[in-house]
Design a protein around this ligand. Structure first.
Ligand SMILES: [Zn+2]
Length: 284
């Protein structure tokens, strides 16, 4: 087994993968183990045991494999708060330069129901918005909102958004390689993943395949992409993880799959405290 980020073979067993009860993922990939890379710190399942095609089928059946009802008011509040925070990062770091604003292209990997893209549209009302969302339930809503559902290929973009998707891929580097090819110079990548500094406090690992913390996420980009991408910012945000995952709200959330009350995602912690981890990158 090799680390899916730094390719090191120095991995040690961390723990057994914790599935939901009656899990489809467990049916497809039984007895996954979680390993920690001794070189870059990335905690990950044994990626060689995952078949990408089977994994794609799994995601077509369920929005990000979670089965959450994103139409509940609480969950919608959660997605809107995140969309506002990510759009703020676009405002902070993206300069239109010599381009006509109506020629801007924004692509979100696995956009779900499109909350992030629609919020970015409030900044650039005429930008072309696209996604490669797999979940068929979402596709109808996306198209109704004039968001193209397409593949990433031959589609040069100015901004890429990956909100809670990088941790779902068998090979995160192949996704970033593809994005680098399809991103214009000075273009922006905004990535948010769960901060798995709190991995041991979570009662399930599903359906994630990689478990990033600030160090391993920074390492992935600084080591593999230093000639292609500049790291503009990396920080944690959202509720404090220790309280969130140990407190009654966190536990009931994971046991019931009910969404928690809406939270603020626009804050920034100095250290590893937040449940979300963001990295903002610029194409060189
Ligand atoms: Zn590694």
């Amino acid at each position: 087994m090799k680390c899916c980020s730094c390719k090191s073979e120095k991995l040690i067993f961390y723990k057994k993968y914790a599935y939901w009860d009656n899990s489809v993922l467990k049916e497809k990939f039984t007895d996954l183990g979680i390993y920690q890379c001794q070189t870059c710190d990335l905690i990950q399942v044994n990626h060689s045991e995952i078949d990408s095609e089977i994994l794609d089928c799994y995601y077509v059946e369920s929005y990000r494999g979670s089965g959450f009802n994103v139409y509940s008011p609480e969950m919608e509040g959660w997605f809107l708060a995140r969309a506002a925070a990510l759009t703020n990062e676009v405002k902070r770091h993206f300069t239109v330069q010599n381009k006509a604003p109506n020629s801007l292209k924004v692509f979100e990997f696995g956009a779900g129901y499109g909350y992030n893209l629609l919020e970015i549209r409030s900044l650039f009302p005429n930008a072309e918005l696209s996604t490669n969302e797999l979940d068929l339930h979402c596709v109808e809503t996306l198209r109704a909102n004039n968001i193209q559902v397409t593949s990433i290929k031959d589609h040069f973009n100015d901004i890429f958004v990956l909100s809670h998707v990088l941790e779902h891929f068998v090979n995160p580097l192949s996704i970033i390689d593809e994005i680098c090819k399809q991103l214009n110079t000075n273009g922006l990548i905004i990535i948010e993943v769960p901060n798995d500094h709190f991995l041991d406090l979570k009662i399930t690992n599903e359906p994630h395949l990689s478990f990033f913390n600030k160090r391993s996420l920074s390492h992935l980009f600084k080591e593999n992409y230093k000639d292609r991408l500049e790291v503009l910012d990396v920080y944690t945000s959202g509720p404090e993880g220790k309280e969130y995952f140990s407190g009654p709200q966190g536990i009931s959330y994971f046991l019931s799959k009910e969404p928690p009350a809406p939270v603020d995602f626009s804050n920034r912690w100095n250290g590893d405290e937040g449940i979300c981890l963001r990295i903002i990158l610029r194409k060189l």
